[in-house]
Design a protein around this ligand. Structure first.
Ligand code: M6R
Length: 612
């Protein structure tokens, strides 16, 4: 969704800002804009459409020739329309009527109509349909010509809703103010220059020393200094965190798309996530004992693919720990009254750590006294900061909207968690535990082997690229993989697909199967193999074309008689989803590639969903 960046330093602010918003393109946007402070005025450019359009206009404008040797400040934004259609005028930054104050904003101002009305009474004119424009107008109306910081503080205390802001004032060309409430904002500390962004991807190539603003905090940058305040004006002491992402960068490194680069990074992402947590062949996760003690129920709550990780893990969680495990969508969980108390462990899974529904579910769980554990990829994100405990997935920066390596790293954490808890509650013998740990350590190699099937999957996608409807069927843990496969296919291909529990087909959905319908059947669970095979025969009898993703060992004894077969090595059942997902990701990728889709930034989607 929307992206904010800010720059303060003696370098070329314009170059930094344009490059930085390009790094946020993956989040989804429909317009962009930039404002810098220079010659005692705000210089502004905003354009509907791609950043390349903005770039062209900036390149031919004299306003954006940056002076050397002085402190340069600037802010920029990518907008994903909420209030008002995508247009030049609705794009950010929004500049106040006097031309003094420029604001970029992520989030939604809920009382903007009320504020607009009262500002109109004071003859303030508005140009856009956005909620954001009231912020610049309000700051300007509260500014006494001297104290910029006070005007911002007084303004944010009047705003209701969610807002991450970066603000310029033409009277202070060496100053930027950043504010955070319910929408992420991160400060990056560079070499005699500092950065602001709603997502570290914007500046991770410049610095890995960061500081996240917490709720209701203000960062005040002047020259190369920065001070932090709360909304009451109290100065705060904040620590710098070093993000230690070993893999992933904000460049494609020779790949055509970030998605393919990230698919290929999966063995490494799993290894980075698992290896540091296995000490002397034992899973070691700090401070977890207390959290899992006396737990009698587990809720796994998440959205999208992260939810599918929970759905896949549930089977082994319940079987191996003996603890009732319920998986729920965060958007549903937050508005019902789940039976949770201090004996419940709520596990929130999120790549971004900023998903609005997941964050709300976490807060609701804490309010009800549950213990909370977050599995998060982005260090220091809101969910990571607010949960009682966090286990990071060390997948590194993930740029493609369709998650791949973070999904795989999340699964790896779930396997460790299952083993950890089942051993704590005495449900697993030492021998079996050791066997599992061995398998866990070899998981990256198995995933690597799956990736070597790339060409085979490409050929399959080529053969079926004109299909306009795909069904994914499977049972048990394979049904969970179907849901992820179907989501990947949908988001990338823009075509209809459906994930169905194979045993449910006969209860209605089989009416949709006709001559040539493509069915991807998953049969990796040996125990359910024959059952799903019967369902394959049923769809074949109605003309379906079938691709089977099937257990390799079983394939040695059974002739599947389907159109295509993708063999899956016989790893422990718990870990099967990690292998199954690879051909599903590759199929979705190649299908989209062959149909000329926008792979890294599929239409209508955003990487981090910060509104509900
Ligand atoms: O950042 P999160 O893991 O909380 O995001 C949840 C979903 O929005 C996300 O998994 C989404 O479904 C992906 N685009 C799927 O590829």
């Amino acid at each position: 969704m929307c992206g904010i960046v800010g720059y303060i330093g003696k370098g070329n602010s314009v170059e930094f800002l344009l490059n930085a918003i390009e790094k946020l393109e993956y989040r989804g946007y429909d317009s962009s804009g930039i404002a810098i402070c220079g010659d005692d005025k705000i210089k502004l450019m905003k354009k509907k459409g791609r950043i390349s359009v903005l770039r062209k206009s900036v390149a031919v404008s004299k306003d954006f020739d940056v002076k050397k040797g002085v402190v340069n400040t600037g802010i920029a934004h990518t907008r994903w329309a909420t209030h008002g259609k995508p247009s030049d005028v609705n794009a950010h930054p929004h500049v106040s009527q006097s031309g003094k104050i420029a604001v970029v904003h992520n989030g939604i101002i809920e009382n903007y109509l009320e504020l607009k009305k009262s500002l109109r009474r004071r003859k303030v004119k508005f140009l856009s349909q956005t909620d954001t424009e009231v912020i610049s107008a309000l700051i300007d109306s509260l500014y006494d010509g001297k104290d910029f910081l006070k005007a911002v503080r007084d303004t944010v205390n009047l705003l209701e809703g969610s807002f991450a802001l970066a603000i310029l004032c033409s009277d202070f060309p060496d100053t930027i103010i950043a504010v955070k409430k319910d929408s992420p904002l991160i400060i990056g500390f560079g070499d005699e220059e500092n950065y602001i962004a709603s997502d570290v991807a914007a500046f991770v190539d410049k610095t890995k020393d960061i500081c996240r603003l917490e709720e209701c905090e203000i960062a005040y940058f002047k020259g190369d200094k920065v001070k932090f305040y709360d909304f009451n004006g109290k100065e705060l002491d904040k620590k710098v965190t070093h993000i230690d992402w070993k893999i992933g960068s904000s460049t494609k490194e020779g790949f055509e798309h970030f998605m393919m680069k990230e698919i290929m990074e999966q063995p490494e992402a799993i290894k980075e996530t698992i290896a540091p947590r296995i000490v002397d062949n034992k899973i070691s996760i700090k401070n977890l004992d207390e959290l899992v003690e006396s737990v009698n129920k587990i809720y796994i709550v998440a959205c999208g693919s992260s939810y599918h990780v929970g759905a896949a893990a549930k089977y082994s969680f319940e079987k191996m720990t003996g603890i009732t495990t319920i998986v729920d969508l965060a958007s549903e969980f937050r508005y019902r009254i789940p039976a949770i108390d201090e004996k419940t462990l709520v596990i929130i899974i999120s790549q971004s750590g900023e998903t609005a529904d997941s964050l709300a579910a976490l807060r609701e769980s804490k309010r009800r006294g549950a213990k909370t554990l977050a599995i998060v990829n982005v260090v220091g994100s809101s969910i990571a900061s607010e949960a009682d405990h966090v286990i990071y997935t060390w997948a590194g920066l993930e740029i493609a909207v369709a998650t791949t390596k973070a999904y795989s790293a999340q699964l790896a954490v779930m396997y460790m968690l299952i083993l950890y808890i089942s051993s704590r509650v005495g449900k697993i013998s030492d021998d079996i535990y050791r066997e599992y740990v061995k398998h866990l350590l070899s998981l990256p190699d198995f995933v690597q082997k799956m990736l070597e099937m790339k060409e085979k999957i490409y050929d399959m996608a080529k053969k079926y690229k004109d299909k306009d409807n795909v069904f994914f069927i499977g049972r048990g843990v394979d049904y969970a993989s179907c849901r992820e496969g179907s989501l990947k296919f949908k988001e990338l291909s823009y075509l209809h697909s459906e994930a169905y529990a194979a045993g449910e087909l006969k209860h209605g959905t089989i009416s949709l199967i006709e001559q040539g319908t493509l069915v991807i059947a998953i049969l990796t669970d040996k125990k359910l193999f024959e059952k799903t095979l019967s369902n394959i025969r049923e769809v074949q009898a109605r003309g379906a074309t079938v691709i089977a993703i099937a257990n390799e060992e079983k394939l040695n004894s059974v002739d599947l008689e389907v159109d295509e077969v993708v063999p899956i090595p016989n790893v422990p059942k718990m870990m099967l989803p990690s292998l199954t997902v690879i051909p599903l990701q590759l199929f979705a990728y190649y299908f989209a590639l062959l149909n000329d889709r926008d792979i890294d930034k599929p239409r209508n989607l955003a990487k981090s969903v910060t509104v509900e």
